[in-house]
Design a protein. Structure first.
Length: 143
């Protein structure tokens, strides 16, 4: 079995624009963008509105500005990794940790030239709802 890793951080405002290829990027080959795949339950803005509302209903106060209810992970994949495999990984994250993958974007159009040859950076972006039903954050350690 191949090893991989995922690096998770708070989702950025430009995340969807990048993941959906809504703006040109210097390290993307547009002719390869048709190989990308995506899955979306909802937009980040939609989920954030829901979670802020749930939090306020539960606690009686607004969610703190520094809260990070939506987080994004970049996961290293192999050329043959499928969207179904990543969805299954998302289901396992929900079962084990209580975090829900609300978006998955496989990018097969990013990379760089290495000694005159194109080297693809095979990866996927997984956007997670990092909250419980009440809008409060799921608490996990680094591992």
């Amino acid at each position: 079995m191949a090893k991989t890793s995922i690096h998770i951080q708070p989702a950025k405002g430009s995340s969807e624009e990048h993941n959906r290829r809504e703006k040109p990027l210097s390290y993307v080959v547009p002719e390869l963008s048709h190989l990308n795949e995506s899955f979306e339950v909802c937009s980040i803005a939609e989920r954030l509105r829901e979670k802020k509302k749930a939090y306020e209903a539960t606690t009686g106060q607004k969610m703190q500005k520094k809260a990070t209810p939506i987080r994004e992970g970049v996961i290293v994949i192999s050329p043959g990794t499928t969207l179904e495999q990543l969805k299954e990984f998302g289901h396992k994250c929900k079962e084990k940790y209580g975090i829900e993958a609300i978006q998955i974007h496989i990018h097969r159009d990013e990379g760089h030239n290495e000694n005159g040859l194109w080297k693809t950076n095979h990866h996927a972006h997984m956007v997670f709802d990092w909250t419980q039903a009440n809008g409060k954050s799921v608490k996990l350690d680094r591992d």
